[in-house]
Design a protein around this ligand. Structure first.
Ligand SMILES: [Zn+2]
Length: 202
């Protein structure tokens, strides 16, 4: 399997700051951007609020869908990058090792920490925990406990990871947050992705 410590050291050595000439953060074949969590989560909540209560469920699904498209593009960029070719590709012998390599990189992005990954290759179902999902403390500090899961980005990422592992296009898999720390008070959230289509509940 992939040595996560080696990946972490290598990602750290890439220097996650803007290039001297362009000021942009080109890494892994994509342009990264470091933004404060308050901004990232706050603009998602602004988006939901702008549509109003009656459309809450739909606007949440739009956010999840946007994250899934983003996960497909960004993670494909990561897996096509020269960094991936050097660091991870030599250890990739199967879908589980490919997933493990991608997990090692995602865990360096400052989004929280993926753990307890369970991949069922027969049913093509993925379940994992995320410790310290960046949404949770923001929500708890601002609103107290939530009455429903609120980690939209991670939910889309769960589906996006499986699109890339087994699918042939975006949205072939659907992510779901089955337990959210903002609801339970736990320091982790649980996500699942399965090959079921229920985009926008249609
Ligand atoms: Zn959560």
């Amino acid at each position: 399997m992939v040595d996560h410590d080696v990946v972490r050291e290598a990602v750290s050595s890439l220097g996650l700051f803007g290039d001297e000439t362009t000021g942009l953060l080109h890494r892994f074949g994509v342009i990264l951007n470091a933004s404060p969590v308050n901004y990232l989560v706050g603009r998602e909540l602004d988006f939901i609020n702008a549509f109003g209560g009656a459309s809450k469920s739909l606007s949440e699904k739009v956010l999840i869908d946007a994250a899934q498209w983003c996960a497909n593009a960004t993670f494909q960029g990561i897996m096509d990058s020269s960094e991936w070719a050097q660091l991870i590709a030599p250890t990739v012998t199967s879908i589980p090792t490919r997933l493990d390599g991608l997990t090692a990189i995602i865990n360096c992005l400052g989004w929280g920490k993926i753990a307890d990954v369970q991949l069922n290759e027969d049913t093509m179902e993925l379940q994992f925990k995320v410790y310290s999902s960046y949404y949770v403390n923001y929500w708890l500090d601002r609103f107290g406990k939530a009455d429903h899961p609120i980690c939209y980005m991670w939910t889309g990422v769960a589906g996006g990871i499986m699109d890339l592992m087994y699918g042939s296009k975006v949205n072939e898999f659907t992510g779901e947050e089955v337990s959210c720390g903002a609801v339970t008070g736990d320091d982790f959230c649980v996500f699942r992705a399965r090959k079921v289509r229920k985009k926008f509940g249609l």
